[in-house]
Design a protein around this ligand. Sequence first.
Ligand code: NAG
Ligand code: NAG
Ligand code: NAG
Ligand code: NAG
Ligand code: NAG
Length: 486
Amino acid sequence: MDSGKSCFLSFWVLLIFAEVMRVVTGNLVFQVHHKYGGRGEGMAALGALRAHDSRRHGRMLSAIDFQLGGDGSPTSAALYYTKITIGSPPVDYHVQVDTGSDILWVNCHNCDRCPTKSDLHIELKQYDLAASSSGKVVTCDQNFCDAAFSSPNANCQSGMNCEYSVTYGDGSRTEGYFVRDNFRFDQVTGNLQTSPMNGSIAFGCSAKQSGELGSSSEAVDGIVGFGQANTSILSQLASSRKVRKIFSHCLDGSKGGGIFAIGEVVQPKVNRTPLVPNEPHYNVNLKSVEVGGQFLNLPTDLFDTGSSKGTIIDSGTTLAYLPSEVYQQLLDRMMAQNPDLQTHIVEQQFKCFFFSENVNDGFPVVNFHFENSLVLPVHPSNYLFRIGETEYCIGWQNSGMQTKDGREITLLGDIVLSDKLVLYDLENQTIGWTQYNCSSSIKVRDEATGNVYLVGAHDISSAYNVSKANFIAILLFLSVLCKLIE
Ligand SMILES: *[C@@H]1O[C@H](CO)[C@@H](O)[C@H](O)[C@H]1NC(C)=O
Ligand SMILES: *[C@@H]1O[C@H](CO)[C@@H](O)[C@H](O)[C@H]1NC(C)=O
Ligand SMILES: *[C@@H]1O[C@H](CO)[C@@H](O)[C@H](O)[C@H]1NC(C)=O
Ligand SMILES: *[C@@H]1O[C@H](CO)[C@@H](O)[C@H](O)[C@H]1NC(C)=O
Ligand SMILES: *[C@@H]1O[C@H](CO)[C@@H](O)[C@H](O)[C@H]1NC(C)=O
């Protein structure tokens, strides 16, 4: 029952500053529902799908290399995206990588209010089912549809589409239907070498957009969810025995791009902390916070993982959100090193200051300590982002002030995760990381042969250039999947 129905609770956090102020309201955080509808209960197994696909693709392949583009800087369009190849003939799509959601969707041919151009210097594409000889609709009586909705659809009649809709709290919405088609992945087959591998994947074909989704200047073709649900492409590939349920990312905080790979990472070695069980998001147990060598004095139950507490690790979020108490003490310690520093507020949201020296010398390292003695060090150059020659803003946010309901979430996004290799091992239910040069390479094991191969960094966005003069936007896509108890 608990694995039964799930709902998505997503926030589109749209913090837009500079000249484009269309959507700015007093409360800069928009809380969102991302709903798959609630029909009955009991997640229908994808067993049949797995059996079918494993017959089709007998071999277990282990490592897939995604080319990563984008830029983690909060002062440009903060999103990471990757290129995926779908259909016959194959067409490339650029999709945002989001560990906070569970399905992949792309804009559909002739879709209503879909973006047609993007400031990211990518050519937007729309998936055309009729143009792909291998594409088919997923009907509502298929296992995938049952899994997406947690249960068989009582109203399903033969031949009906499996429809979905995603509604965000700022009023934007995407809706469409699931289709299945061949995907081509870059399978790691040698050192810094890949070759195409295909797999059949069910994904959302988005037929209609409304609200900001369709008009965002940093539009991409869709979103790929790397959540834990059975509907994610990782789960689908794993159930067809093509990959193990392990993936990792390494986001280059200064240059953009980085590494995003599926497969077991053998180098660098990472220490791990357990995932909090039965959380739909990637939650871990934070024990304490240390700033410049001193532990903050916090109530022991502050990070309790009961009822939606716990610390969320989310690469789809840009900044880091801390409960008021942590936030206040952390800022006090940070500023104690620079008693003469005057802060000012930029865009009603950010605490900023002028600083002409190297921030790594002027501010303390913040260490987050997790269960199993795993430490997450965050250097000043990661948590302070530069908006001018000598002007910096603080990336730490007070979560009590940010969420509509004042809920004190702890959520660590890209500023904390960048320049680290972060490994998500869904098989062992652990997550781990280590400080790493994300422009270098990692070693991944190929499960089928046992060989270990180098996987290098990519930046597919070298042409990517946000014109700061007319558009500086922060788009934080943070989504929290929640379970609905009827
Ligand atoms: C995913 O599917 C497997 C079987 O294919 C099932 O055992 C598991 O419970 C499902 N997971 C969720 C979260 O529903
Ligand atoms: C893989 O792609 C090739 C070429 O596009 C195609 O002929 C083949 O049917 C595909 N195989 C699977 C399993 O989808
Ligand atoms: C993951 O779990 C398996 C079996 O439970 C174990 O053999 C393996 O060593 C674990 N791997 C890691 C890296 O913890
Ligand atoms: C990171 O790795 C790249 C590629 O190997 C190298 O050129 C660069 O100097 C490294 N950066 C640092 C800071 O070590
Ligand atoms: C990026 O923007 C800068 C300044 O606006 C410009 O000089 C440069 O040519 C642009 N680069 C690309 C690749 O568009």
